[in-house]
Design a protein around this ligand. Sequence first.
Ligand SMILES: Cc1cc2nc3c(=O)[nH]c(=O)nc-3n(C[C@H](O)[C@H](O)[C@H](O)COP(=O)(O)OP(=O)(O)OC[C@H]3O[C@@H](n4cnc5c(N)ncnc54)[C@H](O)[C@@H]3O)c2cc1C
Length: 265
Amino acid sequence: MTQLAYHRPVSAAEAARLAAGDPEAKLLAGGQSIVPSLKLGLLAPSALIDLAGIPELRGIRLQGRTLTVGAMTTHAAVAASPEVRSSIPALARLAEGIGDRQVRNRGTAGGSLANSDPAADYPAAALALGAVLRTTRRPIPADAFFKGLFETALEPGELLTAMEFPVPDRAAYVKLPQPASRFALVGVFLAQTGGAVRVAVTGAAPCVFRVREMEEALARRFAPESLAGIGLAADGLSSDIHGSAAYRAHLIPVLARQAVAQALG
Ligand SMILES: Cc1cc2nc3c(=O)[nH]c(=O)nc-3n(C[C@H](O)[C@H](O)[C@H](O)COP(=O)(O)OP(=O)(O)OC[C@H]3O[C@@H](n4cnc5c(N)ncnc54)[C@H](O)[C@@H]3O)c2cc1C
């Protein structure tokens, strides 16, 4: 039987120290991704560093035009939060649409972002809202955080501590959920702040990405019609049993138009 040590630090600094001291150790948030990987034998860490006993990593705060969500805040807490619902309702709805009740009660915003699953919902929100991801070492802008399939800018021993979401003027998230898991077959999050618009797509490629052509068209005029004629090539998009690359390419502008309409109310 494989030996697996278990640590339960009480501060982010202690967790970071433990992680830095053992490159084979893995951080444990709600276990919604890592536990299945352990069960399937895809991961065999030397230790689990459980973040559940670290109060400073939880909670939601709205200060001025910045919404801060602690890394260990569950999807259920984000969905139910009056601060989130009043400042960025699209983020609350995104959290409400994740998985099932158990996943929402165990899974965390930070775990989802650190995992960078290609079909996860939060990366689209972080990228479209221009979030800043705070770690035990530095602030990382969302544009520099997502590096590829299950790959982020986090370095070994670096913990995500909180996400700072600038409150937009309007935002919306529309996804076509994979019916069994509710992961995004394709999901489009868009946000308008002042004259600027950001459009982020998840589920369609190995990593979340922005669609500049849509952003520029919507910045000129924020209306579904502005997206007419803007299409994406299927090259480089994901193809699997749930949908072909061509289907995903087709879905992106469809969902983007729906998101604009939703953002306009
Ligand atoms: C049945 C099912 C359905 C799901 N449906 C959806 C869905 O519809 N949409 C969606 O977006 N997601 C979905 N998920 C994923 C879910 O949202 C979890 O949030 C996600 O799997 C991360 O889980 P977790 O927070 O428990 O992190 P864990 O599984 O504990 O950790 C995930 C990874 O992140 C690392 N990590 C965790 N916290 C930190 C941190 N603070 N700093 C640095 N690294 C960290 C861990 O070491 C690990 O590598 C689903 C999961 C399941 C099991």
